[in-house]
Design a protein around this ligand. Structure first.
Ligand SMILES: Cc1ncc(COP(=O)(O)O)c(C=O)c1O
Length: 417
């Protein structure tokens, strides 16, 4: 007898994204390079995937802190001190390390307070629906991270009105806000760095539109955290001059190489977020050992050592971007460690990723629906602890790739930026 669960599974396979992915898996059984398993990590940025040793250019650990003995030791110390987990929602109780980590984040960032969530996704899913009500309106950049859009969907479920505006377009944001008046107040959601392309939005212009239209600015700076701004505080303060009227979201899982996400905000708002974010109240927190590691990372970021780490990252990034441009590739981003090379259609993108992999370098082949249809790209993530030889080797692989797979030229950039 067919059980409903079997029907459900078959339907998922036959329709929508399930059907699309099956199609690509069937056409490109080895090229798709998704759902990979790493067998071994190290030395340095090397990894063994499916028995093949490659240099990992697909890691968000931009400063290489995942390999740092001090960060690893902090986690061990945290296990000895606090055990493996919190044991309860923070609505009931938090370990002291959590309070310390939040105070350190706020001090480093320059906000009055900070609140840690188990991930940036859970920060967005908790805070966005948490701070708005039926009388309010949310405007969100059409290309904002999926978790912002999911937060907006939850808010819509609660009766809040919302709309998207054209990517990084302040005039369209103004149009959308005007068209949806009256509202009590609006929330405007954007990324600080667009995670697929590495493109930075015009934050100051968008913030000005927010102020002129009674809207609070919500910037998810997950990919700016640790790599942009003084001591890695991210894009927001430099772009806006202050955090006035802005909720700034950052990641503890990328450049930090720990776990979690945070929201920097005024102290009174932090108190309100604790009682308005369902993901904070009804879910478990970041385990205490990681909170100790977060404190250690902030000490590193605030020390003189940060200049050395970021200088190495920028040197590697410059080397890759300059080399890729010289090769005539269509390079997106380049201001942050995420640098994408446009390929074009989905099949070519998957083939290109596999070609690079076979030459000993792992980069992420990103296709629709993560990026627009036929705007597939190879996403290269540069780390501080890549060596000059490794970056050169990746460039050599791209040089060879040009003769094998049709690649979009720089002219395609205007269309995709
Ligand atoms: C802008 C942005 N927000 C949220 C996330 C998800 O972060 P997390 O893994 O902490 O949920 C990402 C991940 O790439 C991101 O780029």
């Amino acid at each position: 007898m067919a059980l409903p669960i079997n029907e459900l599974t078959a339907t998922l396979r036959r329709t929508g994204i399930g059907r699309y992915m099956e199609h690509f898996e069937a056409l490109f059984p080895v090229e798709h390079l998704k759902d990979l398993v790493v067998d071994e990590i190290g030395p340095g940025r090397e990894v063994v995937i499916d028995g093949q040793r490659v240099v990992n250019f697909g890691s968000d650990s931009f400063l290489g802190l995942d390999r740092d003995p001090r960060v690893q030791e902090a986690i061990r110390h945290g296990v000895d001190t606090w055990g493996t987990h919190n044991g309860a929602s923070r609505a009931f109780v938090s370990v002291q390390a959590n309070i310390e980590a939040e105070e350190k984040i706020a001090d480093w960032l320059g906000t009055e307070a900070a609140l840690i969530y188990p991930s940036v996704t859970l920060a967005n899913l908790g805070a966005i629906p948490g701070v708005v009500g039926k009388a309010d309106f949310i405007a969100v950049d059409e290309y904002a991270h999926n978790s912002i859009h999911d937060g907006v969907r939850l808010a819509k479920g609660g009766g809040v009105r919302s709309a998207t505006f054209s990517h990084s377009d302040p005039a369209d944001l103004a149009r959308v806000l005007h068209a949806n008046r009256p509202y009590r107040y609006a929330l405007v959601g954007v990324d600080g760095v667009y995670s697929m392309s590495g493109v930075l939005p015009p934050l100051a212009d968008l913030a000005a539109v927010c102020r002129a239209n009674n809207a609070v600015f919500y910037v998810d700076d997950a990919h700016g955290t640790g790599v942009l701004g003084p001591h890695g505080i991210g894009t927001v303060r430099d772009a806006l001059g202050s955090y006035d009227n802005t909720l700034v979201v950052g990641s503890l899982s990328k450049a930090f190489s720990c776990l979690g996400g945070f929201i920097g905000c005024p102290a009174e708002l932090q108190k309100q977020l604790k009682i308005h974010s369902n993901t904070y109240i009804f879910g478990g927190p970041v385990p205490p050992p990681y909170l100790e590691a977060i404190c250690t990372v902030i000490d590193i970021l605030q020390s003189g050592e940060y200049d050395r780490l970021i200088a190495r990252l920028r040197r590697n990034l410059r080397q890759f971007v300059d080399g890729a441009v010289q090769l005539g590739l269509a390079v997106l981003g380049g201001l942050t460690p995420i640098t994408s090379v446009l390929v074009g259609d989905e099949a070519s993108t998957l083939k290109a990723g596999k070609f690079i992999f076979d030459r000993g370098y792992y980069v992420q082949s990103v296709i629709f629906p993560a990026v627009p249809y036929h705007a597939g790209m190879l996403r290269v993530q540069i780390n501080s602890n890549h060596t000059t030889e490794q970056v050169n080797g990746l460039l050599d692989a791209f040089a060879e790739l040009r003769g094998d797979v049709p690649l979009a030229g720089p002219d395609a950039l205007r269309m995709s930026a």
